[in-house]
Design a binder for this molecule. Structure first.
Ligand code: COA
Length: 374
């Protein structure tokens, strides 16, 4: 048996930023257009008018200020309201592969490793641009890795579940090193025309290199323990799939083919589930709240993270103890906690213990307890 360690991480950040102001301006222009177009039906009481979105609401309800996206023009065009992502030919690298390769190369460079040192690629993300061949295999080929790859999807928990799968394989010796990569093009499955959620997501790709602790070339995080849990819920759901081409009534512009959530219920049900999951995991591993130097939480909502941090630590987290990146990136699904980890872990000292935790649709929750070593 080997001890697995995180030896490198990488974050690919798209070039385009959308501020709340830009987003709200586009949404409100769209709403005005729709209301003008449907003025008669609205006046006759057959349709509800669309209400304006507001920057103040978005910041207060979520803590989000900006988001990065792969295409900004389509999203901000009131006549389009979705990213205009060019459909690529089968001979070109896929868009997820392009983002993933960038993040993987950063992770490899940080670890002082090359493709030759890696045996496995797991592409763990909420949405995949095609059914097969697996995106992971395309990434594997693009990086020049011998070995194997596979895709997995546990929505927002994909990264931590991927880390558990990779860590277990490194531990058993079936692979020397694994890249877990999370190319999340959330803009493609967000309904930008829905005021209740149009502000939630952004795009990004993160990568984590996991290898045997004795192979680490520099500072790294030993993986002390991982834990995953799921409990079925319809409160975060996306029905896009091959069995669901149109509604029984024949309508094809299907709201349920994009991200849907009952945000209030998610709040109420996921918070206790996550807090208990983390506390139980720490108990089992003999990790006290006072031992925990940092919490890298899933990045969906600031209030939610404040609550979890307080519950787990038993007090208000101090500045920097529980870093948020969602103000800049919005919710980036499975990648959020890994962005936080990647950007806010270098300053930890030898022996410092921290915990990465993601949670979301499923419901699902995954936690990874790590210890800094040089
Ligand atoms: N601009 C202005 N007002 C808005 C708005 C917008 N963009 N969106 C909603 N509102 C209004 C609502 O219509 C509602 O009005 P009402 O009180 O008159 O009915 C009011 O603001 C409150 O809406 P609500 O949806 O209850 O807000 P909330 O405080 O629950 O915040 C979320 C919404 C989505 C930010 C929050 O529920 C959340 O983050 N939940 C958990 C999300 C999560 O973790 N999801 C996992 C995703 S992977």
């Amino acid at each position: 048996m080997y001890t697995p360690a995180i030896t490198g991480t990488g974050v690919f950040t798209p070039k385009n930023v959308i501020t709340n102001a830009e987003l709200v301006q586009a949404f409100n222009a769209y709403a005005d257009k729709m209301n003008a177009k449907n003025a008669e039906a609205i006046a006759a009481g057959q349709m509800e008018s669309l209400q304006h979105s507001s920057e103040e609401f978005i910041l207060k309800a979520s803590g989000i200020q900006n988001r990065f996206v792969m295409d900004k023009d389509g999203v901000l065009d009131p006549d389009v309201m979705h990213p205009s992502l060019r459909q690529r030919s089968d001979d070109e690298p896929g868009i997820m592969t392009e983002m993933a390769v960038d993040a993987c190369n950063t992770a490899l460079a940080q670890a002082g490793r090359t493709a030759a040192d890696v045996d496995l690629v797991i592409c763990a993300a909420s949405n995949h641009e095609r059914a097969y061949p697996a995106i992971a295999i395309e990434i594997q080929q693009a990086l020049g890795i011998d070995g194997f790859g596979f895709d997995m999807n546990v929505a927002c928990s994909s990264a931590t579940f991927g880390i558990q799968a990779a860590a277990d394989m490194v531990r058993s010796g079936s692979v020397r090193a694994a890249l877990v990569v999370n190319p999340e093009i959330c803009s493609g499955h967000l309904e930008w025309r829905d005021r209740d959620c149009h502000f939630i997501f952004g795009d990004v790709a993160t990568a984590t290199l996991i290898e045997r602790v004795e192979d680490a070339q520099g500072p790294h995080f030993e993986i002390l323990s991982t834990r995953c849990a799921t409990a079925f819920s319809n409160n975060i759901r996306n029905n896009n799939g091959f069995l669901r081409r149109s509604r029984p009534d024949g309508v094809t512009d299907r709201r349920d083919m994009q991200f849907m959530q009952n945000g209030r219920k998610v709040f109420k049900e996921v918070l206790p589930m996550v807090s208990k999951h983390i506390s139980d995991h720490m108990d089992t591993e003999g990790v006290e709240a006072s031992d925990l130097k940092r919490l890298w939480l899933h990045q969906a909502n600031k209030t939610m993270n404040d609550f979890i941090g307080k519950k787990v630590l038993g007090r208000e987290p101090e500045t920097g103890e529980q870093p948020n990146i969602l103000q800049d990136y919005a919710n980036t699904s499975s990648a959020g906690s890994i962005i936080a980890f990647s950007k806010y872990s270098d300053d930890l000292q030898d022996g410092d213990v921290g915990l990465i935790c993601s949670f979301g649709a499923g419901y699902s929750v995954g936690s990874v307890i790590v210890k800094r070593q040089s």
